[in-house]
Write a protein that binds this ligand. Structure first.
Ligand SMILES: NC(=O)c1ccc[n+]([C@@H]2O[C@H](COP(=O)([O-])OP(=O)(O)OC[C@H]3O[C@@H](n4cnc5c(N)ncnc54)[C@H](OP(=O)(O)O)[C@@H]3O)[C@@H](O)[C@H]2O)c1
Length: 288
């Protein structure tokens, strides 16, 4: 990037909410790397995860941290003041696991999906009434590298066929049966798509951000090749029912956005990152 562009980016300030989260932390890194100034919100300014991210972000004077909580009215005011745009990615993800384990009825078992839909409707209504330009991004399962201290929930769910986590495997199976497939997208592509839409004059409404999708059984086959484990081996033999559906990012691509990573790269990088992190033990190589 030339000096003129860099000076231009330095003068643009974006707010990122939920900066300690999986997507939020990568988004802060993306913006800082591209030269923007960032107001990042966190719930706890003195947490270990915040300390770790500060060393990884290397934001210097282009990064300011603010304490804000979705349950505290007005707590985001200072962080968004004077910003050119807000990437609102803070959200509680606990509900995704609770909802899958709650089989009282169909609606309650989809609490996560329902809460997202209602939040989106309310946000569009508020934006309309207050003349705010709002774009919604529906991200499919995020995977690939991460900066967070602990392994993000979406990655632990995705890798459950490998780890055999009996609490999270039903979450993945439920996604597969509800959607007909598991749709993945790389962390970097998610963040680039957020920025692309933020800066595109014609961006409006909602966009699905998805690299590609595969059925649960295809996913298990990918895993068996990349990272063989007893759990994925036994799943290979199980019959998994899915009715494939097409989850497409056509609207995003039609606007000109290009995805950088393929489905195979997403899977490979997720596994590699989890080995580096220590979440997955290194793959044993056969002695000659
Ligand atoms: N990851 C995925 O596969 C995926 C897929 C589709 C959509 N999404 C959506 O993308 C967004 C981010 O997901 P993620 O995977 O990055 O989640 P995440 O890693 O759990 O991060 C959530 C972030 O929100 C913050 N947060 C939670 N409750 C909060 C509250 N009451 N007030 C302020 N901040 C709060 C968390 O702060 P703490 O660090 O303090 O907990 C964290 O920074 C969510 O809206 C999620 O639904 C994610």
């Amino acid at each position: 990037m030339d000096q003129q562009n860099l000076d231009h980016c330095h003068r643009i300030t974006y707010c990122v909410t939920g900066a300690t989260g999986y997507i939020g932390s990568w988004l802060v890194k993306t913006l800082l790397d591209k030269g923007y100034t960032v107001n990042a919100t966190v719930r706890n300014l003195s947490s270990a995860s915040c300390d770790r991210l500060l060393t990884l972000w290397q934001g210097g004077d282009r990064l300011r941290l603010f304490r804000a909580d979705l349950h505290e009215e007005g707590s985001f005011d200072d962080a968004v003041k004077g910003c050119h745009g807000v990437f609102h990615v803070a959200a509680s993800m606990d509900v995704i696991v609770q909802s899958i384990h709650d089989d009282r009825d169909h609606v309650e078992s989809n609490v996560y999906v329902l809460s997202k839909r209602l939040t989106e409707d309310a946000a569009f209504q508020f934006a309309k009434e207050n003349n705010i330009q709002l774009v919604s991004i529906i991200t499919t399962t995020a995977a690939g590298p991460f900066l967070t201290l602990s392994v993000p929930l979406s990655i632990r769910v995705l890798l459950s066929p490998i780890t055999g986590d009996t609490g999270l495997l039903p979450v993945l199976s439920a996604v597969n049966s509800r959607m007909g497939s598991i749709a993945l997208v790389h962390t970097e592509d998610i963040c680039n798509a957020h920025l692309y839409l933020m800066e595109h004059d014609q961006a409006q409404g909602r966009y699905i951000c998805c690299t590609n999708s595969c059925t649960m059984s295809e996913l298990v086959h990918h895993f068996a090749k990349v990272y063989p484990s007893p759990s994925s081996q036994s799943l290979l033999e199980a019959e998994m029912v899915s009715v494939p559906t097409e989850i497409t990012s056509k609207k995003l691509k039609d606007l000109g956005f290009k995805f950088k990573y393929s489905l195979q790269e997403v899977i490979h990088q997720t596994v590699d990152c989890c080995i580096d992190h220590g979440f997955l033990p290194p793959i044993k190589t056969e002695k000659m």
